[in-house]
Each structure stands twice: as C-alpha cells, then as structure tokens.
Design a binder for this molecule. Structure first.
Ligand SMILES: Nc1ncnc2c1ncn2[C@@H]1O[C@H](COP(=O)(O)OP(=O)(O)OP(=O)(O)O)[C@@H](O)[C@H]1O
Ligand SMILES: [Mg+2]
Length: 309
C-alpha cells in the first residue's frame, strides 16, 4: 500500500492545527531574546495561535551545477515549532537544498519566502540575518579550545577592549542550562567531550544568534545510541521553544522519533511530504528509493514478519 503524499501546491490547503501544534508554535511570537528569558518548558505552556504562514517556504526552486541538475522545481514548507526531516538517497540533493537555504549556493530559479515574503538569499550573511542557523556535519569546533571559547568563537564579548571571560562564561552556562545540556564543565577543551556532547555544543552555538530556523545536517550520523538520544532530546527542546528545525538524516529511527513531517527528495525533485505519525517506515523508504518493491522494503517486510512470529 502506498499512501498519497501530502504535497504543498499553491494555493496552500488550510492548515489543520492540532492543540499540540498550537503549543509547539508558541515561540513564533516571542521577541528575539526569548531563549534567554524563558525558563525551560515555559514556551511550551504558552498558547499562541500559529498562523498558517510558514516561517520558510521554497517554491519551485531549481539549482544546476554545470551539467548536473541538482534540484528541480523543489517545494518545501516549514512552520515555527515544527521538525521537518529531509531525507533521500545519496546525491538526492539534500545538502544542496540546505546550502541554498543557508546562502552558500544561490538558487537559479524559484522563490524563497521567509515569513510569507519573497527574499534573496545570496550569501550566508543573508540567511543569518533572516534568522537561519546551520550546523554542518563537520561541526567546525576547535578541539583545543574550551566550551566557552567555542560557543563564542568569532563573536567574542569584550569589555574595555579585552575579552570578557566572566560574562561569556555566565552566558555559556545560561545557554546550556536553558537547553538542558549537561557537560562536566564549560572550561574543558572540546577534545575531552564525547561525540554527542560536541554535537550539542555545536547546536547550542547556533542558538546564540537566536535563529528562528535551525538546520542540522546529519547530527547523529557519527553517534552511539546514548549520544543520539541526547541530540534528539535537544531537537525536541528546540521545537518546544518554537524553533523550526530541518533535520537531514539517513536514520529512519531518528526521523520517526523526532520529526513531525518528512520531506523526501529523489533525484533532485520532491517525492512526497509525509506526516510522520501516520506513515510507516516502509512507505518513506519506498518514496526514497522510488519503488514499492526493492531490496530495502523486502528486507524490512521479512524482518517484520520474523518479529511477529
Ligand atoms: N558544488 C558542486 N558542484 C557540482 N556538483 C555538485 C556540487 N554539489 C553537489 N553537486 C551534485 O549535486 C547532486 C546532489 O548532491 P547533494 O550533495 O546535494 O546530495 P545529498 O542528497 O546531500 O547526498 P548525500 O546523502 O550523499 O550527502 C549530486 O549529483 C552532486 O554530485
Ligand atoms: Mg549531503
């Protein structure tokens, strides 16, 4: 059985907003400093109506690299307080899509809308000033510098022309506490943290700019079970606080655990947007591979049958 994908075409269908969604969208109306002002969990308690306008919408986006058509007519919508997983096989165009949003690769055709208005995103600063933060897979943390130093790398706080270590340390602690990130000390070098702890520090760093949209490129790819759980917990906390999150992942378990929607790319085109709750793993895999009958789905069906025996 193949479920009809939920596709977004103009004019968009009225968004059905569940009570849970109302809560999740709470952060959209907060002032930029809400992350530091609200105690953990409070954002989730505020009841604010979510407007139907997505925080980010891509409409008909295409991108070509020489002879390679990396993206063709791609549409994607993401609302505040929503986690959208972006999945697809190797070379499907996920990283390219993320880089167009992040301003690394300007689009050739189509429209990028931010909070309902068409915008130009031609360089990374354009994305940053809109409120888009991207955590790339390589993390780009400095191993020999401590957690505080990494959090404020490139945006150090100064007082009378010298580094204000006391204030940076205070804000670092506040930020980590707000996001319920537990690390032994903010003054130990990144090298002595686990992979999961490093990933959470990298995500925390992206939060300093108070973005509305956070893009995480394969945040759990190199992590073990426990560390993956830490990162997925953090993604949930970002959602509770009203951030929109785009999560690139090859891991269906992570997608099922944390995403609200899953957007499938195949050969640079949309191949469906699914509500995670009402879609099986096999259906998502079918959309990724472009076939209902293939090695992956046959194996999944066999394993399921064996489990049921
Ligand atoms: N800078 C570039 N120059 C030329 N071609 C590129 C460039 N970046 C990506 N491509 C091509 O665009 C297509 C999509 O690549 P992309 O990296 O977006 O895929 P992906 O979905 O992220 O794959 P993976 O899961 O392997 O990371 C591929 O055919 C790739 O070779
Ligand atoms: Mg990629």
């Amino acid at each position: 059985m193949t479920r009809a994908p939920v596709r977004h075409h103009a004019p968009p269908a009225p968004r059905v907003t569940s009570p849970a969604k109302l809560v999740r969208g709470a952060g959209r109306n907060y002032p930029p400093t809400f992350l530091h002002n609200l105690p953990p969990g409070q954002a989730a308690k505020e009841m604010v109506h979510v407007s139907a306008t997505p925080v980010l919408a891509l409409r008909g986006v295409s991108k070509r690299f020489g002879a390679v058509q990396a993206l063709t007519d791609v549409t994607l919508e993401i609302h505040a307080g929503e986690v959208v997983a972006l999945v697809g096989d190797n070379g499907a165009g996920k990283s390219t899509l993320v880089k167009t949003i992040a301003g690394v690769h300007p689009i050739d055709e189509g429209v990028i809308e931010w909070e309902g208005k068409a915008v130009s995103v031609n360089k990374p600063q354009d994305a940053q000033s809109l409120g888009i933060a991207t955590v790339y897979q390589d993390l780009a943390l400095c191993d020999n510098i401590d957690v505080v130093g990494n959090l404020f790398l490139g945006r150090e706080l100064k007082k009378f022309g010298v580094l204000d270590e006391v204030e940076m340390e205070r804000r670092a602690r506040d930020l980590l506490t707000t996001l319920s990130i537990r690390i032994p000390s903010v003054r130990i070098p990144i090298a002595s943290l686990s992979g999961g702890q490093r990933q959470t520090v990298a995500i925390a760093r992206s939060m300093l700019g108070e973005p509305k949209l956070v893009i995480l490129d394969e945040p759990t790819a190199a992590l073990g079970v426990e560390q993956t759980a830490q990162v997925l917990d953090l993604v949930e906390r970002l959602r509770e606080r009203g951030h929109a999150v785009i999560l690139i992942s090859h891991n269906m378990a992570d997608v099922k655990a944390v995403a609200d929607k899953v957007a499938v790319l195949r050969l640079g085109r949309n191949n469906g947007v699914f509500e995670v709750k009402s879609t099986s793993q096999e259906e998502i895999i079918s959309a990724i591979t472009g076939a209902t009958d293939n090695a992956v789905t046959r194996r999944a069906a066999r394993t399921n049958a064996e489990v049921k025996k």
